[in-house]
Design a protein around this ligand. Structure first.
Ligand code: IFM
Length: 380
C-alpha cells in the first residue's frame, strides 16, 4: 500500500503539448511541434481528464520562451495564462509540480549561445526571479528547476541531434556545469521568495548493470554511476529538498554499454526493465532525500504493455519503499501523446490518446488500470 499523501499523477512539458510556441526548436529541422496537443487552450479539459483518472498531482513545465520572448521583456499575458493554469490545477485538487526549464530555449537566449554564454546563468536567474515573484501567492510547493540535464547536454552538444546541434565532447562538461550553477541559483532565489517551497531537479538516472564477474564491466559501471547518475546530484545535494527521478533505462554492461537482453521492448525499442527502477531508487538512498518519480513511461501505441508496465514499476517502487527509500510520488510519462523531440509525433507515450487532426482525447485502457491501482493501493 502507498501511504496517505503519496502523489500519483502524470507529467507533460510545455513544448511537447501546448502548441504555438516559438523557441530554438521551432527553427530546428523537423523540430516544429506546431499545434502539438493544443493544451495551451485545452488545459482545463486535460486536467479534468487527469482528475477523472484518479490523479492527485500533475507535473508540467513553464515555457520560458513564452514568458520572456524578448530579452528582459516579460509577457504579462503569458504570465497570466500560467497563473490560470496553476489555479486550474489547484481548483481540481491536483498538486502542481512546476518545472522551470524542460529543454527548450527562447530564441534570443539560443542566439546568444545558450548555456555556453558566460552570462547564461544570470539570464536564467532573471527569468526564475520573475516567475517566483509573480506566482508567490499561488501556493506552489513543488518546483523542478531543470529537466534531465545530461540528456539535454548529450543530445544538444555531443550527438548534435537537438538544437544547437553541436557535436563535441568538449562542450559536455561546461554546459553541465552551467546547469549545476543554474540550479543552485534558482534554488536560492525560489527559497527566498517562496520560503515554503520544495525544490529539486528531474534527474535522468539509468540502471547500469555490470554483467557477470568481469572486473572491466564493474569498472565501467562505477564510472557510469559516477559520471552519469551522480555527477550532478552530488554537486547540488545541499540545494535540493527532494530528488526527482526520471527512470527509463537499464544499461547492461558487457565489455561495453547497452548489451541488454531486450526481452520486452517499447515501440521505439527501449527495453522494459522495471527491476532497474528498484536498483536506481536504492542507489539514491545515499542522498537521504525524499524522492519523487517525476517520469516513467513507454511508447506503446496499441496500449498492450502500458498497464503491466505501470503495475510492475509500482511494485518495484513499493519494494524500494519497504527497503527504506523515501519515495513520495509517481508521475507517469505522459498524460497525453505528445511531441517526442527528434522522433516527432510518432511515439505514443500517453495514458490518453490524442488525435492530432481533431485534438480529440481518448482514454486508453491502461489509464483505467492505473486509476484502479491508485484507488486500491493509496491509503487514507
Ligand atoms: O518525452 C521525453 C521527456 O521530454 C523527457 N523525458 C523522457 C521523455 C520520453 O523520451
Amino acid at each position: 500500500m502507498f501511504p496517505a499523501g503519496f502523489l500519483f499523477g502524470a507529467a507533460t512539458s510545455s513544448y511537447q503539448v501546448e502548441g504555438g510556441n516559438i523557441n530554438d526548436w521551432t527553427k530546428w529541422s523537423k523540430g516544429d511541434a506546431g499545434r502539438a496537443c493544443d493544451s495551451y487552450n485545452l488545459f482545463k479539459k486535460d486536467f479534468d481528464l487527469a482528475v477523472s483518472l484518479g490523479h492527485n498531482a500533475h507535473r508540467l513545465s513553464l515555457e520560458w520562451s513564452r514568458i520572456e520572448p524578448k530579452e528582459g521583456e516579460f509577457d504579462e499575458r503569458e504570465l497570466k495564462h500560467y497563473e490560470e493554469v496553476i489555479k486550474a490545477l489547484k481548483e481540481r485538487g491536483l498538486e502542481p509540480f512546476v518545472t522551470l526549464w524542460h529543454f527548450t530555449l527562447p530564441v534570443w537566449f539560443a542566439d546568444k549561445g545558450g548555456w555556453l554564454n558566460k552570462d547564461s546563468v544570470v539570464y536564467f536567474e532573471r527569468y526564475v526571479t520573475k516567475v517566483a515573484e509573480t506566482y508567490k501567492h499561488l501556493g506552489i510547493k513543488f518546483w523542478v528547476t531543470i529537466n534531465e540535464p545530461e540528456i539535454y547536454t548529450l543530445n544538444s552538444y555531443i550527438r548534435g541531434i537537438w538544437p544547437p546541434g553541436r557535436k563535441s565532447v568538449l562542450y559536455y562538461r561546461p554546459v553541465n556545469n552551467k546547469l549545476i550553477k543554474a540550479h543552485k541559483s534558482a534554488y536560492s532565489i525560489i527559497k527566498k521568495i517562496v520560503p515554503y517551497s520544495e525544490i529539486g531537479i528531474a534527474k535522468n538516472n539509468s540502471y547500469f548493470e555490470s554483467h557477470g564477474r568481469n572486473p572491466w564491466n564493474k569498472f565501467i559501471k562505477v564510472f557510469a554511476d559516477k559520471h552519469w547518475n551522480n555527477y550532478f546530484l552530488s554537486r547540488i545535494k545541499d540545494q535540493s529538498d527532494f530528488i526527482g527521478l526520471n527512470y527509463y533505462f537499464h544499461n547492461r554492461i558487457n565489455w561495453w554499454f547497452n548489451r541488454n537482453e531486450n526481452k520486452s521492448v517499447s515501440d521505439i525499442g527501449w527495453e522494459i526493465y522495471p527491476d532497474g527502477l528498484y536498483r536506481v531508487l536504492l542507489d539514491l538512498k545515499l542522498y537521504n532525500k525524499p524522492i519523487y518519480i517525476t517520469e516513467n513511461g513507454l511508447a506503446d501505441s496499441e496500449d498492450k504493455k502500458r498497464g503491466d508496465f505501470i503495475k510492475d514499476h509500482l511494485n518495484f517502487a513499493l519494494k524500494a519503499m519497504k527497503d527504506g527509500v523515501k519515495l513520495r510520488g509517481y508521475f507517469h510519462w505522459s498524460l497525453l501523446d505528445n511531441f517526442e523531440w527528434q522522433k516527432g509525433f510518432g511515439p505514443r507515450f500517453g495514458l490518453v490518446e490524442v488525435d492530432y487532426k481533431t485534438m480529440k482525447r481518448t482514454v486508453r485502457p491502461s489509464a483505467k488500470e492505473y486509476k484502479k491501482i491508485i484507488e486500491t493501493t493509496l491509503m487514507g
